[in-house]
Design a protein around this ligand. Structure first.
Ligand code: PAF
Length: 280
């Protein structure tokens, strides 16, 4: 594996690649979920590039940019062992040199949910991902379905801005109890970790209730909120069943809906999602 920190070195590597190049953008603090993206990429592409960049423009002023985990050595070792070909670790000044002033402004799919809770977040995500795509020029980019709104926003950006890279969504990797893997899970104290699977349990219950005939969206969302308040230790941000394409709230179910949830457990903000499907 080669590790590069500049666009110039990255481009030298890129020009030597003859086959399909796959790309996994990350902010590091890598875990098994990231590795599942790397594995999918390695299965389908001739060369796998991973970026690690904690992107300041997608964090709000009071968010965790400074304390975001940066286990540089451990991340490099994980990439090496997973068979990554190139690890790109640019510094902030490489990605945002003094004087840079252009940002990508996403549209309607970025407005609600995480977009409303974290103003400017998806603007930062779109900007950095477009820059990385321009620099790496991959044939395919692999993203986790865990960040469902991010995936939808980036697909929209790619369609609107004629990005040639194919975007591949990969299933969420979960702990045994159902907690979705996230770099932020390491913020949870031992006590907070107990019961942190409640978001997953709540969504799975909604799926079961829907299958057993409760088809009213508002009832399913209310049941979810009730479960979370019984559990204790949660501050719910949103729990909504939405249209998978527009991410607008559903009032009546069609064949399926996407359950999006975000809640704080102590100081840790967790998000998750699940597709709720009609009984067969
Ligand atoms: O999902 C992430 O880790 C980040 O939002 C991404 C896509 C790497 C952009 O910084």
């Amino acid at each position: 594996m080669i590790i590069v920190e500049s666009k110039a070195e990255l481009q030298r590597w890129r020009h030597k690649q003859a086959g399909l190049v796959g790309f996994v953008p990350t902010m590091g603090a890598l875990h098994v979920g990231h590795m599942s993206l790397v594995n999918a990429c390695r299965m389908e592409c001739h060369a796998t590039a991973v970026s690690i960049f904690v992107n300041p423009t997608q964090f709000g002023p009071h968010e965790d940019f400074n304390r975001y985990p940066r286990p540089i050595e451990a991340d490099a070792e994980l990439c090496e062992r997973a068979g990554v070909d190139l690890l790109y670790r640019p510094a902030v000044a490489e990605m945002y040199p003094p004087g840079s002033q252009t940002m990508v402004e996403p549209g309607a799919v970025a407005q609600r949910w995480c977009g409303a809770a974290r103003p400017g977040h998806f603007r930062g995500v779109c900007t950095i991902v477009l820059k990385l795509l321009n620099q790496v020029a991959p044939h395919r980019m692999y993203l986790g379905e865990k960040d469902a709104q991010q995936l939808r926003v980036l697909r929209q950006m790619a369609a609107d801005l004629d990005v040639a890279t194919e975007i591949v969504g990969c299933p969420t990797t979960r702990e045994e109890d159902g907690l979705a893997l996230s770099s932020r899970n390491r913020y949870l104290s031992v006590a907070e970790r107990v019961g942190a699977d409640a978001l997953f349990r709540g969504m799975r219950r909604a799926q079961q209730q829907y299958q057993s005939g409760i088809i009213d969206v508002a009832t399913l969302e209310k049941e979810f909120r009730t479960l979370l308040s019984y559990e204790g230790g949660w501050a719910l941000e949103y729990a909504a069943i939405v249209d998978e394409n527009t991410l607008e709230p559903l009032t009546v179910f069609g064949a399926s809906g996407l359950f999006l949830v975000a809640a704080r457990r102590g100081a840790t903000r967790l998000i998750d999602n699940m597709v709720i499907t009609r009984p067969q």
